[in-house]
Write a protein that binds this ligand. Structure first.
Ligand SMILES: [Fe+2]
Ligand SMILES: [Fe+2]
Length: 205
């Protein structure tokens, strides 16, 4: 699929401008995380047949607004009239997802629906996610700099089929005592049911 970017831009110029912006606006730690997510997202795109350039941009920009103060996130959401989930407004740091998508669109001219959806939904996930959104969700959790998972978890997770990776991640969060949000749970049940259906023997045989 093609990325919808302004006619005077190229993949590389979006990537370079976004990279420079993140280097200036994020802490060194978050910038490093963003680069690592971009790399893993790109690699997973190659594996699962998605545009790797789009994957890199989604990974690089997914936390563009992560260090914005909560009041500013709330203000940005209000100004732009963005739709949000009650769980997000109750935990305003989560609003960095829609605001990061907004930054990609307004500041860097990214119109691609797959990238914007992936960035928008990278924190909580949700049912009916597109391929890039699923890939970014996994890349954000499994990038090599994450210290809340170990290399055994990372290796085991990244060997699974894509949707099972997400189920594996949510199971891990539950095991760590983190109750998934309603959107994350809806995604979990959707993917889990699909998995169970695949395992059911076909009727009439
Ligand atoms: Fe994030
Ligand atoms: Fe992140």
């Amino acid at each position: 699929m093609a990325l919808s970017i302004p006619a005077d831009s190229t993949w590389n110029s979006v990537r370079e401008k976004l990279d420079a912006f993140l280097r200036q606006t994020l802490s060194a730690r978050r910038y490093k995380h963003s680069r690592a997510v971009a790399e893993l997202c790109q690699a997973l795109c190659l594996r699962f047949g998605y545009d790797a350039h789009a994957g890199y941009i989604a990974g690089l920009g997914h936390d563009a607004a992560r260090e914005m103060p909560e009041e500013q996130l709330l203000e940005e959401v209000k100004q732009a009239g963005l739709e949000t989930d009650a769980y997000e407004t109750g935990n305003p740091v989560l609003l960095h997802a829609p605001v990061s998508a907004l930054i990609l669109k307004k500041r860097f001219g990214v119109e691609d629906a797959g990238i914007l959806e992936a960035v928008r939904r990278h924190t909580l996930g949700g049912p009916g996610m597109g391929l890039l959104a699923k890939i970014l969700f996994v890349a954000d959790y499994c990038e090599p700099g994450r210290t809340f998972i170990d290399s055994a978890f990372r290796t085991a997770c990244l060997r699974l089929p894509l949707e099972r990776m997400i189920v594996y991640i949510i199971d891990n969060e539950k095991a760590r005592g983190h109750e998934p949000s309603p959107l994350s749970l809806a995604m979990y049940h959707e993917l889990k049911n699909r998995e169970l259906k695949k395992e059911e023997p076909e009727a009439g045989r």
